[in-house]
Design a protein around this ligand. Structure first.
Ligand code: BGP
Length: 469
């Protein structure tokens, strides 16, 4: 390819970073908060409990001040449903409402736009007890929660995200402690996609409600999008990649943007007796969502090859490890990519391909809501030399710039994570933050904050609007 004439980052590009409530806040049953599915799950062996995490619930002021020091224009965080509605529906917990007012006001004080995720892997346990997303009422539960959020924070929050990584909830839910399938369910796939359908309708209704209650705000979905490569140029592998792209990625965005099921996914559901039932009004609700932008998380691409129906495939996988599904696709390790210490492939060029592909399909502004490197950081003499993280982020931001030059409308970049926090299933030893938190999986430390080398580097990146990488 020729040398490209590189465009600059837009003047108001939203540089920032992300966290999620259950992974960063701690205080998981304090001040009236009800338990979520995360609080009642069995923790993976050797991982930190969720009662303290980074103690962001108590230290948000100190943390947001550090984010301001880095020059953040945006802070993406989630609101814990069970702080607002401890039972999931019904009685509102004023202390929870007040808490997020304080977080939002602190952001605004420093000129940081809050980018609020409404739901990040933390279903209220009380609602799980009522059938979780299997219950058709779950759509209205979410809409009730959305209404409380928009009515309370709508005049302060310009950017909203609906459901974090709904595709991961559906594909690897049990691994991240979410998506409860009621015991005794015969057809688990059908039930999973019925739950998925309820979430899709809930999301669509929440987007429409946002436009009604706070017309000055913008709202979008936040799936985890990993463009899927075929393992070779064999036509069979290309077809397999199309299958997995549809199942993993496009189902979620086709629905959020166009309000229709992806045809390959619908065929896959029909073949497996797993098509969801539509309630009256669903079709219309799905068509009336009209997101303003697309948020997406990107960690790596995925690669698959053809799979025969007789294949025996290892079902074990996490968010980034392509699984297989006999007769559709089979996960394949891309020999052209290196991996993180935690086994996730690293593919900055794939990041550019991802952005190009999403934009050419949907033509909505994009914001990266997660991207980052989980690693075992070491604190030595008050310093953390995370040059490996800088290298990862630099390589990805370079590709972001190329994507902008390709004509992709990019609004912002929020890597994971602003500060160290507890991973979905690998404890706090798997660190992502610009800010180190002194605590381990084994014992709670001082919780003091330290600026990693990446902190100073990102500050320079933001100060030069992405020119000095
Ligand atoms: C995404 C989730 C985050 C986050 C991140 C890193 O899938 O949205 O909540 O944790 O991945 O994953 P992990 O914590 O498994 O390393």
């Amino acid at each position: 390819m020729r040398d490209q004439n590189l465009k600059q980052f837009p003047a108001h590009f939203l540089w920032g970073a992300s966290t999620s409530a259950y992974q960063v806040e701690g205080a998981n049953l304090s001040d009236g908060k009800g338990p979520s599915c995360q609080d009642v799950k069995e923790l993976p062996e050797g991982t930190a409990p969720l009662d303290i995490c980074a103690d962001h619930y108590h230290r948000y002021e100190e943390d947001i001040k550090l984010m301001a020091e880095m020059g953040f224009k945006v802070y993406r965080f989630s609101i814990a449903w069970t702080r607002i509605l401890p039972e999931g529906t019904g009685k509102v917990n004023q202390k929870g409402i007040d808490h997020y007012h304080k977080v939002i006001d602190t952001c605004l004080k420093y000129g940081i736009e809050p980018l609020v995720t409404m739901f990040h892997f933390d279903m209220p346990d009380a609602l799980d007890q009522r059938g979780s997303w299997s219950n058709p009422d779950s759509v209205e539960w979410f809409v009730e929660f959305a209404r409380v959020l928009f009515e309370n924070y709508g005049d302060k929050v310009k950017y909203w995200l609906t459901i974090n990584e709904q595709n991961m909830l559906t594909l690897v839910g049990p691994l991240i402690g979410t998506l409860r399938i009621p015991e005794g369910t015969d057809n688990v796939l059908k039930e999973t996609y019925q739950q998925n359908h309820h979430m899709l309708v809930a999301q669509a209704k929440a987007m429409a409600l946002c436009h009604e209650i706070c017309p000055q705000s913008k709202i979008g979905p936040a799936p985890n999008i990993s463009l899927v490569y075929p393992a070779s140029c064999k036509p069979e592998d290309v077809l397999a990649a199309q299958e997995y792209n549809a199942i993993r990625n496009w189902l979620y965005l086709d629905m959020a943007v166009f309000g229709r099921y992806n045809n390959l996914v619908w065929r896959y559901l029909e073949e497996n007796d797993a098509t969801p039932t539509f309630a009256p009004g669903d079709e219309e609700a799905l068509k009336n969502a009209h997101p303003d932008f697309i948020g997406f998380n990107y960690y790596s691409t995925a690669t698959v090859q053809h799979s025969d129906i007789t294949d025996e495939l290892d079902p074990g996988a996490d968010q980034q490890t392509a699984r297989g599904e006999a007769g559709y696709y089979r996960g394949y390790q891309n020999p052209n990519l290196t991996k993180t210490e935690f086994g996730w492939e690293i593919d900055p060029l794939g990041f550019r391909a991802n952005m190009r592909e999403i934009y050419s399909r949907y033509h909505l502004p994009l914001i990266v809501t997660e991207n980052g490197l989980g690693a075992y950081d070491k604190l030595e003499d008050g310093k953390i030399h995370d040059n490996y993280r800088i290298a990862y982020l630099r390589a990805h931001i370079e590709q972001l710039k190329l994507a902008i030059s390709d004509g992709v409308d990019m609004m912002g970049y929020c890597p994971w994570s602003a500060i160290d926090l507890v991973s979905t299933h690998e404890g706090i030893r798997k660190r992502y933050g610009f800010i180190y938190v002194d605590t381990t999986d084994e014992e709670v430390g001082t919780l003091n904050r330290y600026k990693k080398d990446s902190f100073y580097w990102y500050k320079k990146v933001i100060a030069t609007n992405g020119e000095d990488l």
